[in-house]
Design a protein around this ligand. Structure first.
Ligand code: SAM
Ligand code: SF4
Length: 468
């Protein structure tokens, strides 16, 4: 087993600066916190010291003000859209030994399986028939005999599936860090976002929980997004596995990572993911996280990141239960997974439990999640327009920052939601959804309403994939 740790040290995560900022932040009084909230409400982002001060808020009034500021920014930038996706686990083979994950090499309780291309297409058919348009391909860090080509073939298989009006229009990928050449090959398959979580930015904790395999190399992992960007993948998603180390430290480290990408490539990550440790077969620390993150702290993380990086999307997975998901939508979450399975082949056979990566907190179907989201007044969106019209990386941010992107997102959200209702919605969801579409149109500015009405008329006339 390789324990290679030979990547030159990355210096952009500066633990000393994080600790100093946290010590300084703890001294911020209510007046200082309110100054920071006022600055944040201009939606130009925050500095490390300011974010540090927000992490120390415990006073109920200040907390309420923090959450209200996050709500206002989210509403202003993202409106009431929520993009939906499904993870697709293609393989649970893995040569690493991450103490928190059921896929780790030393877990003998797990049945190993890598789906064949036929099996992958079958899983995708099921997702397409549910109405999904975006999948996140996930795999452990060890591939069948084709090596990394397996991942490339799998992306192609997903895009191949066509069922009536349905198809997957965007494949995002969450696989182990790649070389520059592998990233170039991955880009050539037409992926959307390359996603990778650092798990913990704290080096000492990182080395304690990653015991074997290539993943032991902190620097190889933390520099993955630099290689992705250098290969031309300008849409990247970062994240932390909350529960391994102090959430305040991790939140500041996320900001340092973002600042590094912005300084080096002129664009930060497209998304941040925020999984919390969930129980996993064969893992003790997954059930008893060393630094548990309470629901209140989790809401603080969502709110603080919304203020710190207003234009970065935030992803919540099915790991969280329905009630926490609801609260976090209001404060900053822009994408959610729904109807998920975390075992390879789990959509084809959902009775198999001894292959899954971790246990899920939300077992509802896509249709149930959509109905719930619509009842809360959020527009479930299956939009994939930006990536397919080439609005990625810096081009996307140039539209997002002056608020222009809204003119595209809201009409596209409504038209893709209507596609879902027409092709896959249950009668109850259709009733709920049509009412939401009518209310949303009525409340829109003239320009968006006119664009939305055109797209909606096209969808009602049977056209699909109408984009602006
Ligand atoms: N093997 C690749 C890697 O480690 O980056 C990609 C796939 S891995 C299955 C995807 C993510 O699952 C990991 O980055 C980790 O954050 C998350 N994960 C692992 N075990 C988990 C657990 N017990 N609870 C919640 N998330 C977990
Ligand atoms: Fe393998 Fe990824 Fe799980 Fe680690 S987190 S054991 S690398 S699948």
């Amino acid at each position: 087993m390789s324990t290679k740790t030979d990547t030159p040290p990355a210096t952009f995560i500066d633990e000393g600066a994080i600790i100093t900022a946290l010590i300084g932040g703890a001294r911020a009084d209510a007046g200082r916190v309110r100054e920071i909230l006022a600055k944040a409400s201009e939606a130009h982002g925050l500095e490390l010291a300011e974010v540090a001060a927000l992490t120390t808020i415990s006073d109920p009034d200040l907390l309420a003000e923090l959450f209200a500021t996050a709500r206002a920014i989210k509403e202003d930038i993202y409106g009431r859209r929520l993009v939906l996706f499904a993870p697709l686990y293609i393989s649970n083979l893995c040569e690493n030994d991450c103490l928190y994950c059921a896929f780790r090499v030393r877990n003998k309780e797990l049945k190993r399986r890598a789906l064949t291309q036929d099996e992958i297409r079958h899983e995708v058919e099921i997702l397409v028939d549910q109405g999904h348009k975006r999948v996140l391909l996930v795999a452990g860090e060890s591939y069948p005999q084709q090596g990394f080509q397996y991942v490339l073939d799998s992306v192609a298989s997903i895009y191949e599936v066509k069922r009536g009006n349905g198809e997957i229009r965007r494949v995002n990928v969450n696989v182990a860090p790649l070389t520059l050449d592998e990233f170039r090959a991955l880009k050539a398959t037409g992926i959307g976002t390359y996603q990778l979580f650092q798990e913990t930015y704290h080096r000492e904790t990182y080395s304690k929980v990653h015991l074997g395999g290539r993943k032991r190399d902190y620097d190889w992992r933390v520099t993955a997004m630099d290689r992705a960007q250098a290969s031309g993948i300008d849409d990247v998603g970062i994240g932390v596995l909350f529960g391994l180390f102090d959430w305040r430290f991790e939140t500041l480290a996320i900001l340092q990572h973002i600042q590094h990408l912005e300084e080096t490539f002129g664009v930060g990550p497209h998304t941040i993911s925020m999984p919390r440790l969930e129980p996993a077969v064969g893992s003790d620390i997954a059930s008893q996280p060393p630094h548990p993150v309470s629901d209140l702290d989790f809401r603080k993380i969502v709110a603080i990141l919304r203020l710190a990086v207003p234009y970065t999307g935030m992803i919540l997975s099915t790991r969280e239960g329905p009630s926490l998901r609801r609260e976090s939508f209001a404060m900053g979450i822009s994408q959610i997974s729904a109807g998920s399975r975390t075992n390879p082949g789990g959509y084809t056979d959902d009775t198999v439990a001894d292959m899954e990566q971790f246990q899920l907190g939300d077992h509802r179907t896509l249709d149930e999640v959509i109905r719930d989201v619509a009842q809360m007044g959020y527009i479930p969106s299956f939009c994939t327009a930006c990536y397919r019209l080439g609005r990625t990386g810096a081009d996307f941010m140039d539209l997002a920052k002056p608020g222009e992107i809204k003119h595209h997102c809201d009409p596209n959200a409504l038209s893709t939601f209507l596609e879902y209702l027409e092709d896959y919605g249950s009668p109850e969801t259709v009733a709920e959804g049509e009412q939401l579409i009518a209310e949303t149109l009525a409340s829109m500015a003239e320009r968006e309403r006119s664009t939305s009405n055109k797209l909606i008329a096209q969808v009602r006339a049977g056209r699909r994939d109408c984009l602006v």
